[in-house]
Design a protein around this ligand. Structure first.
Ligand code: ZN
Length: 433
């Protein structure tokens, strides 16, 4: 009896266990059903909502036609050739002017792209590539109105290092070209070194130089060059080094390795790359007058019409003619320095007594007026009323750094020097600041 009871009890347990299992199966099947429903909903959703995306992926390829701007082309001529009506052209040019500041076409440089969805559709997008760093996009909306957008192209600025050496009979210009320095960068280097160097007399075979400058890339393609970041030249009077530095207030300047302003108040050679034909001297035989007298300035060879830039910022105090100087301009730079430019063929427009000029502003054009044997620039620097030798006079720096900026500059200079050394060892590696 006891045994039978035990058996029944055991059977009960078994029954309950199997019942629980059945229940579990029910829960499971319900879960499966729900899951199935959810998945079906997702699937329907995918079919319903992702269809447009699939269409976009498999859309027929659009038709792009390109027009390169040639001389004589106008906006209306180009748009007209693509079938736009006079009214549409008028609207488009107004939109372009208003939203993209787009006015002039540059022949040989600008490009138009006209885009159609397919050959049966009208043009719905126009892309104007009118500069290396931006493009203009015109999009036709569903209502037929054109919207204009100016899009900036991101600039990838990389650093390039070039070094060279002056060979026998070389000029700095030739050596720079041989080193592969682009013409624009070489002109900037000239401008900078002209504050410290006399290219005629400071250049000797064996001198080494280098320049670190920016090159701007867009989509891995080199587009143009940027700033000169560092330059070094083994001049006779010692190594000339200059670094470009942007101050805390945004002002930009070039400084030597000690953080002193490298841009002087005056340039020793106002015209870049001009050969000195006669130096400053206390006594010399005058080529026209024939007797010995002092040459109070420096003569630079300059074909008639060569633009003459102001050696420094200042105010024009004389714009006149005399027998010796011919047409000349005199500029007062500060309480100490004045400069004079003689034998001009003509004065620059807008330069009169009282005109305030900036450093590098063209004040006139070279010639051979006055007592002169041929076209040249006679250049004088007058310090406290006395004529001084432009090539040797100590010139004050403008734009010196304050203590806070100097500290930051010295750290930045270290960074530039490190970059220079890395590029020197491996010129092809890509470096950015
Ligand atoms: Zn002279």
């Amino acid at each position: 009896m006891k045994k039978a009871k035990y058996i029944i009890k055991k059977m009960n347990v078994k029954l309950m266990e199997s019942y629980r299992k059945v229940c579990d199966i029910h829960v499971l099947s319900r879960l499966v059903l729900r899951l199935g429903l959810v998945m079906m909903t997702i699937a329907i959703g995918v079919v319903l909502f992702y269809k447009p995306a699939r269409v976009a992926v498999f859309k027929p390829s659009e038709i792009v036609s390109v027009i390169e701007v040639k001389s004589g082309d106008t906006l209306s001529k180009i748009l007209g050739s693509k079938g736009f009506s006079v009214r549409e052209i008028d609207t488009l040019s107004k939109t372009l002017k208003k939203d993209a500041d787009f006015v002039t076409l540059r022949p040989g440089r600008d490009k138009f792209e006209f885009i159609q969805k397919d050959e049966n559709q009208p043009i719905s997008k126009i892309v104007i590539k009118n500069g290396p760093w931006h493009r203009v996009e015109l999009n036709c909306g569903e209502t037929g109105t054109w919207e204009c957008q100016k899009i900036d192209i991101p600039r990838d600025t990389r650093l390039t290092y070039k070094e060279g050496e002056i060979l026998d009979g070389d000029s700095f210009y030739l050596a720079g070209m041989r080193a592969g320095i682009p013409a624009g960068i070489l002109a900037d280097v000239y401008d900078l070194l002209a504050f410290e160097m006399d290219f005629e007399r400071d250049v000797r075979a064996g001198q080494k130089f280098y320049v670190l400058y920016e090159e701007n890339f867009a989509s891995e393609k080199r587009v143009d060059t940027g700033h000169v970041l560092a330059v070094s030249f083994e001049a006779l009077r010692g190594n000339v080094q200059m670094y470009r530095y942007v101050k805390q207030d945004g002002g930009v300047g070039y400084y030597d390795e000690h953080g002193n302003g490298a841009i002087k108040s005056l340039k020793r050679t106002p015209i870049n790359n001009a050969k000195i034909t006669s130096s400053f001297s206390g006594r010399r035989k005058h080529p026209v007058l024939g007797f010995t007298r002092a040459h109070k300035g420096v003569d630079f060879r300059a074909p008639t019409g060569t633009p003459i830039p102001a050696a420094g910022a200042g105010r024009v105090v004389a714009r006149s003619f005399n027998r010796g100087h011919g047409n000349f301009v005199k500029i007062r730079h500060n309480g100490t320095f004045e400069t004079l430019y003689a034998h001009m063929s003509r004065f620059a427009k807008g330069v009169n007594v009282g005109t305030v000029v900036r450093q590098g502003q063209i004040i006139g054009y070279s010639g051979s007026t006055g007592l002169s044997t041929g076209p040249h620039l006679h250049y004088e620097i007058i310090k406290n009323g006395q004529h001084v030798n432009p090539m040797t006079v100590k010139l004050p720096a403008i734009n010196n750094l304050d203590a806070a900026n100097k500290k930051i500059f010295m750290e930045y200079k270290q960074q530039l020097d490190t970059t220079i050394n890395l590029l020197k060892d491996n010129p092809t590696q890509i470096m950015r600041l």
